[in-house]
Write a protein that binds this ligand. Structure first.
Ligand code: 5RP
Length: 220
């Protein structure tokens, strides 16, 4: 099984966790694209979806699924999304696809966060993947200096703008051994829109694609 097969296995297994006839949150990325394909193929009974990116909106619409805003849905029973890294407490690094701000909004209004990922993403310690930090372009250098003082090296994602018109700094070197504290500390820097640590909004369940198929994993 290659990495895409594992992503697909995780995405298809997640269908069994989605309540029928409701609105759901749908994330962004290649693993989620397998989910959208599966929702379309099985004509899954959902009312509609809140999308975490313009790209996901486009794919959902093409699949015949109505895209709605959080103003319409209020709280969501489930939100399904991928991750760049997920630890054994189901805390994550997200934002590799640059959609982290909307992703955090959708996570914050969802009762259950279902993470779908291949097994290369499941790690004992967060931090190998550079941490995406979304910044107001005007404040980019101010934020980069603050990150430097915290031990981080910030690299601008060149030529990239988020759906909200912001920039992304990919940051290495930060100590992520206390994800909750670091998530909060980074968000205190003026000019930071949000950061890719999902510890306050950790996943409730991980559907992990492995060479044996997909398995459900809870926080340890
Ligand atoms: C996008 C994300 C994605 O969930 C993350 O990058 C994983 O993507 P993929 O499923 O393509 O590996 O956070 O902002």
């Amino acid at each position: 099984m290659n990495q895409d097969d594992k992503k697909q296995a995780a995405a298809e297994k997640a269908l069994s966790l989605i309540p029928k006839g409701t609105y759901i949150g749908v994330g962004t990325g290649s693993t989620v694209n397998f989910l959208i394909d599966a929702l379309a193929r099985t004509q899954f009974d959902i009312k509609g979806a809140v999308a975490t990116s313009l790209e996901t909106e486009r794919r959902l619409t093409a699949a015949g699924i109505e895209v709605v805003s959080p103003a319409v849905t209020g709280r969501l029973p489930v939100y399904i999304d991928g991750a760049d890294e997920i630890n054994h407490s189901l805390q994550m690094i997200k934002g590799g696809g640059g959609a982290l701000l909307r992703e955090k909004v959708v996570a914050s209004i969802s009762d259950t966060f279902i993470c779908i990922a291949d097994d290369s993403k499941y790690v004992s310690k967060l931090g190998k993947f550079p941490l995406p930090v979304e910044v107001l372009p005007f404040a980019r250098s101010v934020v980069a200096k603050a990150l430097f003082r915290m031990g981080g090296e910030a690299n601008l994602r060149v030529g990239f703008k988020t759906d909200g018109g912001h920039e992304i700094l990919d940051v290495t070197g930060l100590d992520l051994s206390r994800p909750l504290t670091m998530e909060d500390e980074l968000n205190k820097i003026v000019g930071v829109m949000d950061n890719g640590i999902f510890a306050r909004n950790a996943a409730n369940v991980l559907v992990l694609g492995t060479k044996y198929g997909a398995e459900l994993i809870s926080a340890k």
